[in-house]
Design a protein around this ligand. Structure first.
Ligand code: ZN
Length: 315
């Protein structure tokens, strides 16, 4: 049987001011900053990773923060348009009050399939959701700033905005091993692996919507989980055989990655679960100091000079 992906590994977006990004994701949303490093392809830009206690795959939201003057993106077709996090059933009242208290732009609460959805914007205009679902069973971070009963569990789903969904759906169900779950109002839901929260991808079909553009406030790519290097190489061969232009395997230090663009224009990555974020610092102190991959260590002084320090602080 060919190797299949099993859920969302991480989502990576472009942000504006780095401290504002830390204040929102680690402060207001209460995610753990599990890695503070740089963009390996542009080492004078930070790369922040937020997740659960251990930074498990399926919980990791990552950002390349530029500055508040960075070029703005526009959310639209050919992009991951909405990133949805899972919270326990009954937690949306807590979250609505918390977001309001911090003057977060709330777009509203709605019902979708069998879930309740709180929609809001991050400080750069990235579209986010908190989804409350009875199917959510993952534990919350015990030592975070949000009570574990309400803490974000990881991703619930991602929404890809597409002018047409059929070819993307074909890729998801054939090569990537997804199964259709349900659909309504131009939203077609698929799940992978064992299914459930953290594995859903919604293909949202909007034939007349404008295409998105990359920049601050837009998602750069979504990564799907794969078990190991061998499965990744096999999937890479299958994608190449199907005509996709797939990158070589890239060493991202915390996982190994391949990249390709799906038929609707969204940049996909497939990332291995191992080795994870404790590979270069103790699990207890993840994210506290600037980590660089071995090949950038010799430039540490220059890199640090060019980065504005940031701190995790309570809102
Ligand atoms: Zn990535």
């Amino acid at each position: 049987m060919s190797p299949k992906v099993h859920g969302i590994h991480h989502v990576t977006a472009m942000a504006g001011d780095p401290q504002q990004n830390v204040d929102f994701y680690a402060g207001i949303l209460g995610l753990r900053m599990v890695k503070k490093t740089v963009n390996f392809d542009d080492p004078f830009t930070y790369h922040f990773y937020y997740g659960d206690d251990a930074g498990n795959p399926g919980t990791i939201m990552t950002f390349f923060p530029w500055s508040s003057a960075g070029m703005r993106g526009r959310i639209g077709n050919g992009q991951l348009s909405v990133t949805s996090f899972a919270v326990p059933e009954g937690s949306l009242t807590f979250w609505e009050a918390r977001l309001k208290a911090h003057r977060v732009k709330i777009r509203g609460i709605s019902e979708r399939f069998s879930e309740t959805v709180l929609s809001f914007d991050d400080p750069d205009g990235l579209l986010l959701e908190l989804v409350s679902s009875p199917a959510e069973r993952r534990p919350g971070w015990e030592n975070g700033s949000i009570p574990a009963d309400h803490a974000i569990r990881g991703f619930y789903s991602v929404t890809l905005s597409l002018a047409a969904y059929e070819r993307t759906a074909g890729l998801m169900t054939s090569t990537l091993g997804y199964q259709a779950v349900e659909d309504a109002d131009s939203r077609f839901r698929y799940e992978s692996g064992t299914g459930g929260p953290g594995t859903y991808v919604d293909l949202f079909c909007q034939p007349s919507a404008p295409r998105g553009t990359m920049g601050v406030g837009a998602v750069h790519h979504v990564a799907w989980r794969i078990n190991d290097d061998e499965s990744q190489l096999q999937l890479r061969r299958e994608l190449l055989a199907s005509g996709y232009q797939v990158s070589p395997v890239m060493d991202r230090n915390y996982f190994h990655s391949i990249y390709f663009r799906e038929p609707g224009g969204v940049l996909f990555e497939v990332a291995t679960d191992p080795p994870g974020f404790a590979v270069d610092e103790p699990a207890e102190s993840l994210g506290q100091s600037l980590k660089l991959p071995p090949w950038l260590e010799k430039e540490r002084a220059l890199i640090e000079q060019n980065l504005t320090p940031v701190t995790v602080r309570k809102p």
